[in-house]
Every structure is written in C-alpha cells, then in structure tokens.
Design a protein around this ligand. Structure first.
Ligand code: FES
Ligand code: FES
Length: 944
C-alpha cells in the first residue's frame, strides 16, 4: 500500500431549487452535475438507475415537467424551478400506479434495472395519448434498453394499462395484483413475482444503490493495451501529492493469493497484473480516496509507464507454430480440450448417401446487462463483508478468502439485487478490489463500474470457429456428425473449460446421431476473457449444427421440420454420450407442436414471394435445441433450509440468486406446495452467505431443477416433522394460521401452540434442511457417461423478411415450443423465452464486440423494442422424473434455437448462408453479391 491519508471533506456548489415528485427540494450542487447523480446521491432517490451515463440506455429516464429525459444528460442547473418525476413518485399518480400494477401482472419486470426508466417513458406516453397502439408504445420506449424481457411483456403491460386508463376497470392496489392460490396449489399458477413490488416502485437495492455514508471510492487503473509491460513510478509521492487520495494498491498489497478463477483447478486471473498486462482493461492498481477526487482523477496523472507489446489477438495467431505462450504452463496456448466420440464417424460418413460440410464463425458478444457491476465492502474486526451484485455468493466467498488469505467463514457475501447477469456476474469483478482496500484501510469502500469499464474488463461470449461434416441416408436418417470447434477464451480461463466440455455433449442437437465425434479447444489470446453467457457455447454450436441439418434435409429433398422430427431423440434412444433418458424427452412434441404453424408460415411466405416485385423476400426457418441442466458431470448441490417460526410463518432460506429469472418466486411456489402452505406464509431469506446455505451458482439453468428440488424436499420434510409433532398420520392436513398450526387428521384436530415450544439452534420451532445434487456420472475418455440428470428441449420457428438490396433482415414472428417438464409459473417461463428470443435475435443479426472498439452501448448495439417481433410461446410438459413436480430448466434453453432458426429463414428467403455471424446487413449483402457472381460464373462456364 503506497501511503495513507485522512479523507478530505470538500463541498462546493450552488443552491438549486426544484420539485421532485411534488416535493420542493433545494440541493447544493455544481450546476453542471448530472441530474441522475443529484437524484441518487444527494436526494437518495436511487430508483433512477444509471446504466451508461451517456444517453444510450435510458435507464435513468425521468420526467422533466412531464417530458421524458435522460437524467444523466441533464445538468442540475437546468432543472432550477422545474418539476421532476422519478419512479418513487409514480404510485401516487393515476397513470403511474396503473402502469406499475400492469408491469407486475404481466411479468414485465425481470431484473428490474430498466423498469424505472420504462415506467417513466410509458407514463409520459399515456399522459399524452390515452389509447396508444403497439407502435406508439414501441416508439415511446425505444430509447430505454431492456436486456431481460424481450420487451413483449413490457409492451403488453403498457397497452393494458392504457386500456384501464381509458376507463376499463382497474386491478386496484399493487398488492391486489398477486394471485393467492389455495395452499398446495401454487405450482402452475401465474403468480406475480414475489420480489416484483420493489422492482416497480424503485425501492429495489442493486449494487450501486446502497453504501455506508463514509465509504471511500475505489477506482482501478487498467491497461490501455491488449498486451503491455508496465512500470510504476513513485506511488507514495502520488498519494502525497493528491489530497483526497488515501492509498494506492497493487499486486504487492494482496495479502493472500493474487489469483482467482471460477474453476479452482484452472484459476489464473490476478487481482492486479504483475509486470505484464495480458489484455486491454486488465487492472494493475487501484486508487482509493474520496469520491470526488477519485472520480476527477486524470488517469494519465497516475504514475505508470506502459510498454506496448505485440498481442495474440485471434485463434489462428495463438495456435500458430511457435506462437508465444500467454501462460507458460499451457502448451500451444490451449487451455483445455473437450471430446465426445461414439461409433465410427469416418466409416459412417463414407457410407452415407449424402454428406455436407460447413464452417461457421461467431464473434465476441457483450452481456450488456443494464446494471454495471457495483458494490461496497467493509472490514468488521477480522472479517470482511462485501455487498455486491453477483450470481454466485459462495464461489465469491471462496475466492475472496483466498485473495485475503483468510478462512472462508471470515468472508460474508451479501448479494444485492442483480440488474442482469446472464453468466458474466458469475466471475468476480469489483469484489477483489473492494476486499483488498477495505481490508487494509479498515474503512468502508465502494466501487461502481462505468459502462466502459464494465465492457472492457468483464467476460464475453466466446467467439467460435466451427467446422463440421454431417451425413444422412437418402430417406433422411442422420448417419454421422463430425464436429470440431475452437473457442477464443481470451487471456484467462474463466469458464473456458466448461464451454469446451459442454459443447461436445450438445453439438449433435436433440437428435439421434449414431456415429459422432466432437472435439473442442479453448484457446488463449490477449483479449478480454470469455466466460459464461447463457448457454456456455451451445448457442454457437447450434448455429452450425442446425444449419447443417437444413442443408442435409434440402439435399435429400425432405421438409426441414420433418427431417428433424424423423431424427428427434426419444425416451429410449441413446444420446451422443450413450445416455438413455428413459422419460421426459420432449423434443418430438416440441417439433410436432410447430408443424401446423410451420405449414401455414411456409405457405404464406411462398405466396408473398411469388407476388413480390421489389427487394423484399420472406423466409421461414426452424431449429431444435437441447440443454443439460446443471454442471457437466460434476457435483452441484443446493441446500435449502426452512424454519417454522413461533408466529406460524415460515422462513425460507434459499440462496439461489434471482438475477431476474424468477427463482425467488419459483422456489417458493415449489416449497409451498411440498409443505402444503399458502405462499403468503413465507418469508424469503435470500443469498447472504452468513444466513443462507449454499444453493450454488445461478447458471446452467440449474436453479429450478436443483434448488427447486431441494426446496421441495425441505418442504416435505417440514410437513413430516409437523405431523410427527402432532402425532398425526401422513394423510393429515396441515393448516397454517397466525400464531399456530392446526393439524386435521380425520375428525381429529390438533392445534400446535408454537409460542410454547422451544427454539432450535436456528431460532425456529422446527427447522428442516435438504440437499439435492442431480445424479450424474463422470464421462470416460470418449465422453461417454451421464453428463446431466435432466435436459430441457425446445424448437423455435422464425419468420423473417429480407431486403435483398439493403441486406437488412426483419424478424416478423418467432414461435417457440419448449418442453419445460412442468410449468411452475407460466408467466415467468414465457418471460425467459421472450428474453431468450431477443438475445438470440441480437446474436443472429447485430451483436459483435471488437475489443478496443465501441466500448459503449452507443456502438455496441443490442435489440431495442422496435427490433423484437411477437413471440408465441408453446409450453410442453413432458415431466422429468427427477425435477421438482417434473420441472426442467428454461434459462439458457430459451436463447439457443433462435439464431439458427433466423439464419435458416434467411437461407429459405434468399438462398444464402452467411458463414460469419452475426449476419449484419453488410455481410448479408456481400453474400448476396458473392452468390450472384457464382451463378454468373456457372452460366459462363456452362456456355462454354
Ligand atoms: S444512464 Fe442515462 S441513458 Fe444510460
Ligand atoms: S428487466 Fe429490463 S433489463 Fe432486466
């Protein structure tokens, strides 16, 4: 640590008077300060979110004299004498209150980070247009980005609120929007999410929304180069010469191991780089001081000199013979290899009637959640507490303990609400810097990533380079698939091993492929680490395999949907790892559910095209999907604890972090029915490592299956314990009421006076705890075994319109059939599907991140409301014998088949395949021109 100093207190600014939510306020602020900052930091109105500070995301939308504005672009001086409305003021207004209720009933808030901005934009619309059409709504919210919902439920909620606004009956208070199912009947209900109210009223606490008043600010100094050697100057003098700066920390100040990683065997990422930065955005030091000073610091003032070194930027360069090693211990720059092999692929391909080969490439994709990483830490005696946004509190605890060199029990992780994660918030971000600073200084510290910092330093979806060769018989039966892929895993391992292991298991798609070989490599480069992003590489593989299957179907002149139905896995056919699932294989049902819609859509597209005179052509595409829930052949248990309290309420300790997908609600629904108690009886205790057992990470579509199953088991155990206490039989009914429990056993009724019973070590009258770990087995050297206990299945159909002159693609509709085993909460499942469709659409057509370029939400485009078509969800329930009430996961499943369905539709429309994804207009146009040229050449050749 380079020097310490007492914090400087400095106030400057002028008085600015305005009204907020009908209340007169006066703040002392620089007139140039952002209004968003004044609202959040001066007035404590943290419902206004900051996603970019640049006018790109719309999360900070407020009303200024009734008009929607981005509060991050409005200077405080501009609001003198004005009326500002924030989300906190909406409940008191007719329109705002209706919108909040409609958002709840429609499931329009998932993570909730965009919700305040959406609500304000919608309020402004309804105040000036009481009966807007869908297009008006899309225009009104077009400037507010949502990464979770796919916008359709938001649009529906706003239209619905408008109908009610126009005089049709209202749903009443926010509380009255919740369905209150009978005890034992919660599963299957469209229950309003239990954490929904705080998302619509602005009181939800995200990473940047809470901090001790005296917290110092932490700012990382990061490499501006993809690869660079660096040397520090006089850090002590820097601290001395900068009033307001308290300390600078570097690798030397890490008390334990300067190394962490989500998979301990492959951990390789330093908190602070030592001597050489391996990627642009890697931290080399952290500056700590009062917020104003730290924020105003010119990075160029920091005493570090950089020596830029030649980086390895792509897979080819990293694999080239003699390429420099990014990690000495990893030969050929290969982090890890994956393999699944079954049968004799070469022989089967030789014997196949038809063989098709193909290559596809995909790029980095940014998660672009609306909430940048943020949190605070404080040292409490010999313990450290970190409150931050995270998807994996217990994994964070282990890594922070190792970084500080202390026992895990001395680390407390308190997850905040997470404003979108999609896999990236599984990895540490702000936490190590906060931990090191708070540990040394003994003072609370806070860190909030800027959007650029979030983009340059956090993980991305792996770019993939895929080659495949597949064959089938002339009647369309798949014979063999030979698949290989290299994934650019960037400078550090993150989830590279998981991607390499998961893709070979899934690259067949949900079909019976008797002869199969899939080989993968995760390859290091000097780029930002790639990690987990909804699907762990499977969405990339599906882009390749599903397009190849279309080509095979075409070659044998078979309908592309029927080709898939013919080859679909069923309960008794072995998968490519030799696993026979026995029950719950719903892929055929999903594909068959699409059949009537497929026929109608194909007919409509053909009719449109036969009459088309201009540049527009329509196409229809389909793709199938399967996805194993949970870790690949590795233990991933969840433990749930529930306690019966003396007042008759039930404490549910479930540590599954709800990142918007709805686990708080789903897990409670499952537990409630297992116990036979009404939902209203439950008090939810989430995620805090000091008070909640480990429910693992929120990833791999595992929480409904694994934590849900643990909560079902814990609920059943508690019911048994209550019956035992009452001396009643298994068939007795348990009634929960205020202050007690009544057990009805035939004509006998037994009231348990809970207040008179002793409390156990957890402080409950009865505690029940259960652990579930899905049964899997290790894969052998050929990848044979049982990688997952449960798979989800699905198929998407995309209808699109292409402009052949511009190369633009408009998606007109997506129909999504998913086998979810049991739809615990159909509204939340539809929300996952619609959000997955939106991310898949972005992946297919617009999203690609280039490290070093466009590190903001202005240049990195994600779909906005106007890009998203109607989505029809078809829920198939082919129960899993293992999942709670038969349920399977849906989180990643929803994203996988969208991009290949769109890309197949593109080929259907105009006969081209874009080999480098996304199929942006320039690439589509280039492919059209190349195809034209090829045709002309063929004609010339034919002439002679
Ligand atoms: S924070 Fe203001 S537009 Fe993103
Ligand atoms: S709900 Fe819109 S960003 Fe998460």
């Amino acid at each position: 640590m380079a020097g310490t100093r007492e914090p400087r207190t400095e106030t400057h600014g002028q008085s600015i008077a305005f009204r907020v939510n009908g209340r007169a306020v006066v703040v002392s602020s620089s007139p140039l300060q952002r209004l968003s900052r004044v609202l959040r930091e001066e007035l404590g109105l943290t419902g206004t979110k900051v996603g970019c500070d640049a006018g790109d995301c719309g999360a900070c939308t407020v009303l200024l004299d009734g008009d929607p504005v981005c509060a991050c672009l409005v200077a405080a001086g501009q609001v003198e004498g004005c009326e500002v409305t924030t989300v906190e003021g909406l409940a008191d207004t007719n329109v705002g209150g209706r919108l909040q209720r409609a958002f709840l009933t429609h499931g329009a808030a998932q993570c909730g980070a965009c919700t305040p901005g959406m609500l304000l934009a919608a309020t402004a619309l309804l105040e000036r247009n009481a009966a807007p059409q869908e297009n008006d709504v899309m225009d009104a919210i077009g400037g507010v980005l949502c990464r979770c919902t796919g916008y359709r439920k938001i649009i529906a909620a706003i239209v619905d609120a408008a109908v009610k606004n126009a005089g049709v009956e209202d749903t009443g208070s926010a509380a009255s929007t919740a369905i209150s199912p009978e005890a034992g009947a919660a599963v299957g209900q469209r229950l309003v999410r239990l954490d929904g109210k705080q998302k619509v009223d602005g009181s939800e606490i995200f990473g940047a929304d809470e901090t001790p008043a005296s917290a110092l600010a932490v700012r990382a100094i990061r490499s501006p180069y993809h690869r660079a050697r660096f040397h520090f100057g006089d850090l002590a003098a820097f601290v001395r010469d900068h009033p307001g700066i308290e300390a600078v920390f570097t690798a030397k100040d890490v008390p334990g191991k300067n190394c962490y990683g989500v998979i301990s065997k492959f951990a390789d990422q330093p908190v602070f780089a030592e001597d050489e930065a391996r990627h642009r955005g890697e931290a080399v030091a952290a500056v700590v001081g009062d917020a104003a000073t730290v924020e105003a610091l010119e990075v160029t003032d920091f005493p570090v000199s950089w020596e830029e070194l030649p980086p390895l930027k792509d897979i080819e360069a990293a694999l080239a013979t003699g390429a420099r090693l990014i990690h000495e211990s990893r030969p050929d720059n290969v982090l890890v290899r994956g393999r699944v092999s079954r049968g004799d692929v070469d022989e089967a391909l030789d014997a196949a009637d038809v063989v098709v080969t193909a290559e596809y490439e995909t790029g980095f994709i940014e998660h672009a959640y609306i909430e940048p990483e943020a949190g605070f830490a404080r040292r409490v005696g010999d313990r450290i507490e970190i409150q931050a946004c995270t998807q994996s509190p217990y994994m964070d605890r282990s890594d922070i303990a190792a970084i500080l060199g202390i026992a895990p029990e001395r680390v407390r992780i308190i997850p905040t609400a997470v404003g979108g994660g999609f896999g990236s918030k599984l990895d540490l971000s702000v936490q190590p810097f906060l931990a090191v600073a708070a540990w040394h200084l003994g003072k609370p510290v806070r860190m909030v990533y800027s959007r650029t910092e979030s983009i340059v330093s956090t993980t991305k979806r792996h770019p993939a380079r895929m080659r495949l060769r597949g064959g089938c018989s002339k009647n369309g039966k798949l014979a063999a698939l030979d698949f290989s892929a290299d994934f650019n895993t960037g400078a550090y391992s993150s989830w590279g091993p998981t991607v390499s292991a998961r893709v070979p298991v899934h690259a067949s798609g949900p079909y019976y492929v008797p002869h199969y070989r899939a080989l993968t490599r995760a390859v290091h480069t000097n780029l930002v680490p790639a990690g987990a992003f909804r699907g762990f590489g499977v969405p990339q593989a599906a882009i390749a395999q599903e397009q190849l299957y279309d080509e095979l179907a075409d070659r044998v002149r078979m309908d592309r949907l029927e080709f898939r139905i013919l080859n679909a896995l069923d309960d008794h056919t072995p998968t490519v790892t030799g696993q026979v699932l026995g029950e719950g294989v719903g892929i055929r049902a999903c594909l068959e559910a699409l059949r009537p819609k497929w026929k109608a859509a194909r007919r409509d597209a053909a009719e449109f095209n036969s009459n088309a005179a201009g540049a527009l052509r329509r196409g229809v595409g389909v793709a199938g999907m399967w996805y194993g829930c949970g870790n690949t052949s590795l233990p991933n248990p969840s433990t749930v604890r529930i306690g019966l309290k003396r007042d008759g309420r039930i404490a549910l300790h479930q540590g599954a972090v709800d990142i918007g997908q709805g686990s708080n609600t789903i897990v409670t629904q499952i537990c409630a029915d297992a116990l036979g108690a009404p939902i209203e009886r439950f008090d939810l205790i989430s995620g805090d490592t000091s008070i909640t057992p480990d429910c693992g990470k929120t990833s791999a579509s595992r929480q409904t299956l694994v934590t849900g199953k643990a909560s079902q088991m814990a609920g059943e155990k508690l019911r048994c314990a209550i019956l035992k206490l009452a001396g009643a039989c298994d068939c007795a009914t348990v009634l929960f009421n205020d202050g007690g429990v009544t057990v009805r056993d035939g004509d006998k009724s037994h009231a348990l006076a809970l207040r008179d019973l002793p409390l156990d070590e957890h402080g409950y009258v009865i505690t029940s705890e259960a652990t579930f770990d899905p049964p899997t087995s290790p894969l052998d050297e050929n990848g044979q075994g049982v990688p997952y206990a449960v798979f989800g299945f699905g198929a998407h159909m995309a209808e699109i319109e292409v402009d052949k002159e511009l190369g633009t693609v408009r998606v007109l509709k997506v129909t999504a059939a998913h086998d979810v085993g049991r739809a615990i909460n159909p509204t939340l499942i539809e929300g996952q599907i619609e959000g997955g469709v939106a991310q898949g659409l972005g992946m297919a057509l617009m999203e690609e991140f280039f490290p070093g370029k466009g590190e903001n939400l202005h240049d990195y485009l994600i779909p906005s409301a106007g890009d998203i078509p109607p989505v029809e969800s078809i829920l198939i329930e082919d129960p899993s014998p293992i999942g709670p009430f038969g349920a399977k996961g849906i989180g990643e499943q929803a994203v996988i088949p969208t991009a290949p369905a769109i890309l197949n539709a593109l080929h259907d429309a105009i006969g081209i395949r874009v080999r480098k994804i996304p199929a942006t207009p320039d690439r589509v146009r280039a492919a059209i021109l190349a195809a034209r040229k090829e045709k002309e050449k063929e004609k010339v050749d034919a002439r002679g």
